[in-house]
Design a protein. Structure first.
Length: 133
């Protein structure tokens, strides 16, 4: 009986020793962890139309994506917009959202006035429109 217990303890000690040696000599790589850092999010409250519920725009500054979420009171659910890749949007053309077209700046900064061209006439007359200075 004593020899069986002794041999059981020897086998247990050898197993624990092998496990301990394996802990110190094994590869110490974190394989479940992603290599990139966590994203930074910018949340902007807004509205889309008068009388509609508010919208929260979500901008992921790390991946450059824009999404939006709104709560629908009638269905009691949170609806979301599919994300938009902003890098692709801004690569599509220069001047997106800046008010600048092929003719340069618009409005008060010079260039072509909004709502007409320089060849248009003054309101209520046939006289040509005076140039913007």
């Amino acid at each position: 009986m004593k020899t069986k217990v002794l041999w059981a303890l020897v086998i247990l000690n050898v197993t624990l020793c092998v496990a301990l040696i394996g802990r110190f000599t094994g590869d110490n790589a974190a394989v479940a962890q992603a290599n990139r850092r966590p994203s930074n999010y910018l949340m902007i409250p807004g509205t889309t139309a008068p009388g509609s519920p508010g919208v929260i725009f979500l901008l992921d500054t790390t991946t450059g994506t824009l999404g939006a979420m709104a709560y629908d009171d009638a269905r009691h659910e949170l609806s979301s917009m599919p994300p938009i890749d902003l890098d692709r949007v801004f690569e599509a053309g220069a001047g997106v959202g800046t008010g600048r077209g092929p003719g340069g700046a618009t409005g008060a900064a010079g260039g072509t006035r909004r709502g007409g061209t320089e060849r248009d006439t003054e309101p209520g007359t046939d006289a040509p429109r005076r140039p913007v200075k």
